[in-house]
Design a protein around this ligand. Structure first.
Ligand code: HEM
Length: 398
């Protein structure tokens, strides 16, 4: 029930993006896909975590801006060698820190309102909480947590919600950005992907059964995550003196695990730098850290493994399939070369500028059921019927 609700959410948000791209295609305008993917995944995670519709694909508002200020700050803090934001006086007078504090105050106010509204809903409903509990009108994680008895005033609740917003937003956006970049470089993969989307998706939004059938699309996402892992580096801090194999690690030392290097290591991968979704058999298991013996860690591993791995896989599969079914994507002529820069995830330096064109629907080929008829002079003719038409072809005419 929860997965069905989430797939509906992914489909709705992706449909809004399709409408935006449709307009760009009509107007003949190029689009910067990285920022659009960022808006798509913000809209999705806002609804999924707190039942809040940022609707950032439709317009800019103060809260969307505040979320981006906070996200950029979180990224800067996670990579900065000196914690300038903790220096007394400086933290109060620095224009950047003041902006961050204002953004955080706005987000916290909205969060308070959302928590209060949700708490009222939980108090009014008759549903008993159990493991499979879900409120159909509001399937958000916030609703689940409050129904399970989480304390509305707890800092832990707010921190958990913000962690999910941060962890589940830029990561999925980055996966979509680099997937579409790769697809522009590998048109043969794009053609196969479009063929699958045409065969599986109908005119409405994707269903759970459709998503299960989008096997090649899933392999494209698996392979994109191998070449562009998000985040590209995992970090651990040692709590005590230890040994890592033959290397001594002192208490308090940071260890950086480069997933980027692991995923492109020629010892583990044939043609390590080549985008080849076919390396993952369609009928094989979904690749993960355990069945790939820890040479593939797109969602980490062990106790701190991503809690949103299935959510993110379905989200990116639905968005990719819906977009490629409706549009062709090419790098925009004259766009700057796509270069990388890393923070918590891998970003482009100057955006992913693409030309989007509506796909021409392939012609409907009638289902030809041939009936061979012989006439007395030995020539043959065959009648074929399809979609109510009768077509007659005679060998004597050929
Ligand atoms: C394609 C998108 C995503 C990717 C590539 C991704 C990747 C990761 C990775 C590699 C980790 C482990 C970090 C570490 O070991 O230090 C992680 C942790 C986490 N992820 Fe994701 N993630 C994605 C989407 C999501 C989504 C959608 C959510 C929430 C709905 C989410 C929630 C989390 C949380 C809460 C953690 C921390 C788990 C913990 O420390 O206990 N992620 N993610």
């Amino acid at each position: 029930q929860y997965v069905t609700a989430m797939i509906g959410l992914f489909g709705n948000a992706s449909d809004r993006l399709c409408q935006k791209l449709d307009k760009a295609a009509s107007d003949g305008e190029d689009v910067e896909m990285e920022s659009l993917f960022s808006r798509l995944t913000l809209d999705v995670i806002g609804k999924a975590v707190f039942n809040y519709d940022f609707d950032s694909l439709s317009y800019d508002n103060g809260i969307v801006e505040a979320v981006y200020v906070t996200l950029r700050e979180a990224e800067m803090r996670s990579t900065s060698p000196i914690p300038t934001w903790e220096i007394p006086i400086w933290k109060d007078i620095s224009p950047r820190q003041r902006k961050v504090n204002e953004a955080l105050a706005l987000i916290n106010n909205i969060l308070d309102e959302l928590i209060a509204t949700c708490k009222r809903m939980v108090d009014e409903e008759d549903l008993q909480f159990h493991e499979e509990y879900m409120n159909e009108k509001d399937p958000s994680i916030l609703h689940f947590l409050l129904a399970s008895g989480d304390d509305v005033s707890s800092k832990q609740l707010r921190d958990d919600l913000m962690t999910m917003l941060i962890a589940g937003h830029e990561t999925s956006a980055a996966v979509l950005t680099w997937t579409f970049y790769l697809l522009s470089k590998y048109p043969n993969v794009m053609s196969k992907l479009q063929a699958e989307a045409d065969a599986v998706l109908g005119d409405g939004l994707p269903t759970i059964d459709d998503v299960k059938k989008l096997k090649y699309t899933t392999r494209v996402i698996n392979e994109s995550l191998r070449l562009y892992p998000q985040p590209p580096v995992l970090i651990r801090r040692s709590l005590e003196d230890d040994m890592l194999g033959e290397y001594p690690i002192g208490k308090g030392e940071d260890i950086f695990i480069s997933i980027w290097n692991l995923h492109r290591c020629p010892k583990h991968w044939d043609d390590a730098d080549v985008f080849n979704p076919e390396r993952w058999p369609l009928d094989g298991p979904n690749p993960n850290e355990t069945n790939q013996k820890f040479s593939y860690l797109p969602f980490g591993g062990g106790p701190r493994k991503c809690v949103g791995d299935m959510f993110a896989t379905f989200e990116t599969v639905v968005a990719t399939a819906m977009l490629v079914k409706r549009f062709d994507f090419q790098m925009a002529p004259g766009a700057p070369p796509v270069e990388m820069t890393t923070g918590a995830t891998i970003h482009t330096t100057k955006g992913l500028n693409m030309t989007v064109t509506r796909r021409i629907k392939p012609p409907v080929i009638p289902n030809l059921e041939m009936k061979i008829v012989s006439d007395s002079e030995g020539s043959t003719s065959s009648t074929a019927s399809g979609e109510g038409q009768q077509v007659e072809v005679s060998t004597s005419q050929v």
